[in-house]
Write a protein that binds this ligand. Structure first.
Ligand SMILES: [Zn+2]
Length: 385
């Protein structure tokens, strides 16, 4: 194991800024809710099977069971029984404090009514939380606000600027879920934005009562360019996600033309998750000076293979371009598992390079410090705000 020189003040582990994370589910959870919290899919597993019969389920039994006073690898039934017996509040307190993160950068755009706010997550964990605002949520709020088609473009830009001014540390787009990443690279014209807003307004009127969902490619791009103008980092969902997203359209290599077009602006573009396209993401990060990547959610989901996936991501990604995230949503197990797993994996991967005489120990420690927290602190300017 590589010695860690970049220590957090909290537990002498590697300092971690979790740059893409969500809140936890409020209220008590039953077995079905706990199992579905361990799946990206919105479908239940086949009858008679368990969501814990996965790499993620085994990782929860291996690493999370001891936090609940169980033996490592306790049977799934024992784990669920103990989890329910302890209750959500106690489980959250244990997992979130044991994660010992230095900061959470919280995406508030997904099921925000069901999960804790950034302030609540900060209070539960004792870890400061900052907000990352979803562009599609801004647009969906705006279209219901009574705005007219002609006023939409400027109003959307003002709303993005207002979010930046009120303390958001970055923006997130789920363009991958709303048509895919093969974006038209051009900034849309004002006339195109007005026409698209008019179409969307008519749809929301004729389909009154159904949830508003931004799918229009012109308006998605308008939001993206408005965010790029602020200079705050812009996160893109890429790769592994839920059943709402087509994996093939989530390959970050599809962003190539957009990355060429956005490069002169210099605004950081953060590719999230990326698996199984983490090598493509690393290639983009290698080629484009404004592109960063993480393997976020994948490291929890691939369980015993997480060090191998992290090593693959480190093949081409420059060391100043990779960040840590858990992408934990709903279950505090995932916030914990992401943090302890990353500390273990980065030590194992870089430690192997040191053992082979390929890296110095000082370089290994420095790179772990950059990926764990240093890169996020620099790109999100966390020390300035
Ligand atoms: Zn996420």
């Amino acid at each position: 194991m590589a010695a860690m020189s970049a220590v957090s003040g909290r537990d002498a582990g590697l300092a971690l800024v979790d740059h893409h994370v969500h809140g936890i589910l409020a209220g008590e959870l039953d077995q079905a809710a706990i199992e579905s919290g361990l799946m990206e899919s919105s479908f239940l597993p086949p009858p008679g099977t368990s969501a814990l019969d996965t790499q993620l389920g085994f990782a929860v039994r291996r690493w999370c069971a001891p936090v609940l006073d169980l033996e490592p690898l306790a049977p799934a039934e024992d784990y669920i029984r103990r989890r329910i017996e302890l209750g959500s509040a106690e489980a959250a307190r244990r997992f979130l404090t044991a994660a010992a993160a230095d900061a959470w950068l919280v995406d508030t755009g997904f099921q925000s009514d069901a999960v804790t706010t950034p302030d609540e997550l900060a209070a539960l964990s004792g870890t400061p939380a900052r907000e990352v605002v979803r562009l599609e949520t801004i647009a969906e709020r705006l279209i219901r606000s009574g705005v007219g088609a002609a006023g939409y473009g400027d109003a959307a830009m003002s709303a993005v600027r207002a979010a930046a001014a009120s303390g958001a540390v970055g923006f997130k787009t789920v363009a991958a879920y709303r048509g895919g990443l093969a974006l038209d690279p051009a900034r849309p014209s004002a006339a195109d934005v007005t026409a698209a807003a008019g179409r969307w307004l008519r749809e929301t009127e004729t389909e009154a009562g159904t949830p508003v969902r931004l799918e229009d490619q012109v308006l998605i791009r308008h939001g993206i360019w408005a965010a790029l103008d602020t200079g705050l980092p812009l996160q893109f969902h890429a790769g592994f996600g839920d059943t709402d997203s087509s994996l093939a359209r989530s390959d970050p290599a599809l962003l190539h033309d957009f990355l060429l077009a956005s490069q002169p602006a210099g605004t950081p573009v953060m590719l999230l998750h990326c698996y199984p396209y983490h090598r493509q993401a690393g290639t983009m990060a290698n080629l484009f000076p404004h592109v960063y990547m993480d393997v976020g959610v994948a490291l929890n989901y691939v369980g015993a293979r997480s060090a191998a996936v992290l090593a693959e991501a480190l093949e081409l990604t420059p060391f100043h371009k990779m960040l840590y995230s858990s992408d934990a949503f709903g279950l505090p197990e995932l916030h914990y598992l992401g943090a302890v797993g990353f500390r273990r994996d980065i030590a194992a991967v870089t430690g192997a390079f040191v053992a082979e005489g390929l890296w110095s120990r000082d370089d290994a420690d420095r790179v772990a410090g950059l990926i764990g927290a240093g890169n996020a602190r620099r790109v999100y300017q966390l020390d300035a705000s």
